[in-house]
Design a protein around this ligand. Structure first.
Ligand code: GLP
Length: 256
């Protein structure tokens, strides 16, 4: 590998050319088997640089989103996450969405428990500030790749004793007899801050989609308010658009 470095622009700092070299190696599939980078000692010998320079190069690549540190496991190459097409007309859960596409859904719980609602939750769920909600904040993954961060609030009375049981919130709501049948979703573009970027495995300031969902049970009661941050490189939201019946009749009339 060291040979590849010869003839590099002389003024580029060494760590930057090491980072570029590592990037080329990754692109060529060098670490593809396990996606795990060799240890620091091995890598610094391989690249013939000091560990300090190597660390700076790796830190830059983590910042760029090319590599990710996994606590206690090492530094990994970040492979492209699956790209998902999500119809905007179907009310499904994350678990269902991923399974439909043959991807394995999983979640990392960031926070869960029973709390009094925030003023926003109480307003969106149309409940009193004194009514308890079950709050669940999770990192959602598909085939181990982070896809979204979700913070859901559900009035406690719609979950059997506030127990989530399995890993699907909608399955828990269904068990309690309150499977959402309708939802209103609001989607906005936002750039992600440092903490959320680290969890999602994207560089700080990346574009993301901020999605709010209010879901209703069949009797019209609001059973869920969720704020999600979806990686914009993993989701294409697709909506089907149709003419209003009046406009359609006019169009067909004009064609005849
Ligand atoms: C989607 C929705 C969330 C909903 C979740 C339930 O991700 N954006 O509003 O809470 O599905 O998913 P699951 O049943 O897998 O927990």
């Amino acid at each position: 590998m060291a040979g590849l470095r010869a003839g590099k622009a002389e003024r580029a700092p060494l760590f930057a050319s090491i980072a570029a070299e590592l990037k080329r190696e990754i692109a060529s599939g060098r670490f593809a088997q396990a996606d795990l980078l060799p240890g620091e000692r091995e890598l610094s010998e391989m690249l013939e640089v000091s560990r300090t320079t190597l660390r700076r190069a790796i830190a830059g690549l983590v910042e760029e989103g090319v590599l990710v540190h996994r606590h206690g496991a090492g530094t990994f190459v970040r492979r492209n996450p699956p790209r998902v097409e999500q119809p905007l007309s179907r009310l499904t859960s994350f678990t269902e969405d991923m399974r439909l596409r043959g991807l394995a859904p999983s979640s990392k719980v960031i926070e869960q428990g029973t709390f009094l609602p925030t003023p926003e939750e109480s307003m969106m769920l149309d409940i009193a500030l004194t009514e308890q909600v079950f709050r669940l904040e999770r990192l959602r993954l598909a085939d181990e790749a982070p896809m979204a961060l979700e913070r859901a609030a559900v009035p406690l009375r719609y979950l059997d004793g506030g127990e989530l049981g399995g890993s699907s919130l909608y399955a828990a709501l269904a068990t309690a007899g309150f499977r959402p049948v309708r939802a209103i979703e609001r989607i906005r573009a936002v750039v992600v801050g440092a903490a959320q970027a680290a969890l999602l495995g994207v560089p700080e300031g990346s574009p993301t989609l901020d999605i709010q969902r209010v879901a209703y049970a069949s009797d019209g009661r609001r059973v869920e308010f969720t704020r999600s941050v979806y990686r914009s490189d993993t989701y294409d939201f697709v909506a089907e658009l149709t003419l209003s019946p009046g406009a359609r009749a006019r169009t067909e009339g004009a064609i005849r």
